[in-house]
Design a protein. Structure first.
Length: 268
């Protein structure tokens, strides 16, 4: 089982593919397998390092206050531990928040940056959504059930639920099959979402950056597009017109094609 010690915790990771390194950072409560639909394509051109963040998957879940800046320090030390001197870095939602801090604080480690469903700082709307998830997780005493009942409706459009209910069911089964965190660890991870504010460090990001949103995303909607593209000096913006918070599942073909094209342009 590939585990390294980094920043005083055990970090679990997997490696697939060949080519320049690409580090994929998961979203809230998820383990590294959340990018399964992307790694299948990315690994043809890149060596994909998928990691479990502190508090999720098979990585350490110590007590204490978690922040997106702390997660970035974990990933930076992970990269150093496995011998990665520079990599393409990609993340969705919480993973994007972590990637933002990583590129700002450790610019030499980040060759290109891919921020999917990202946000600059948690605003009142996102706060009430995440607080609702926390309440649901405690009430259900299950992060798995909270994700399926509470997070999924923000990740996917009503049209996808109507057109492909069996696909939604298969994604729910996938969540049930993964090592989900206990409620206390979810509360620490989600605390990092609630406190996230990278507004002051966007100008430190040197890497070329792709920023993507789902048009129908409510959590991290295109209300954050302006602050991100204005704050980071070298950006390109992509909006997936038929998607909500999780284009990585809702339109896999277009998401993979558009993101892989960006990664390819900035490799070599």
């Amino acid at each position: 089982m590939p585990v390294v010690q980094a920043n005083n915790i055990e970090i679990y990771y997997e490696v697939q593919g060949e080519g320049e390194p690409l580090v994929l950072i998961p979203y809230l409560a998820a383990d590294q397998a959340c990018y399964a639909f992307q790694v299948a394509d990315y690994a043809r051109q890149f060596t994909c390092y998928t990691v479990d963040l502190r508090g999720a998957g098979l990585s350490g879940k110590p007590d204490g206050v978690y922040t997106t800046e702390l997660f970035a320090a974990d990933v930076a030390e992970f990269m150093q531990a496995v011998g990665i001197t520079s990599a393409h870095v990609s993340g969705l939602s919480l993973g994007a928040a972590v990637g933002t801090w990583l590129a700002a604080k450790y610019p030499s480690l980040v060759k290109s940056l891919s921020l999917h469903s990202a946000w600059t700082a948690t605003d009142p709307y996102l706060r009430v959504v995440v607080e609702g998830w926390r309440t649901m997780a405690k009430a259900l005493d299950s992060v798995t059930d909270m994700v399926i009942q509470g997070v999924f409706p923000f990740c996917f459009t009503p049209e996808l639920y109507a057109a492909k209910p069996e696909y939604i069911d298969s994604l729910a089964d996938f969540v049930r099959s993964r090592p989900m965190p206990p409620v206390d660890a979810l509360l620490r991870q989600s605390g990092a979402v609630l406190s996230h504010d990278a507004t002051g460090v966007l100008g430190l990001i040197q890497a070329p950056t792709q920023i993507t949103f789902g048009r129908h995303d409510m959590c991290t909607s295109t209300r954050f597009a302006g602050p991100l593209t204005e704050g980071i000096r070298d950006t390109e913006l992509v909006v997936f017109e038929d998607c909500a918070h999780a284009p990585i599942y809702e339109n896999v073909a277009e998401f993979n094609a558009r993101t892989l094209a960006f990664l390819t342009r900035h490799s070599g």
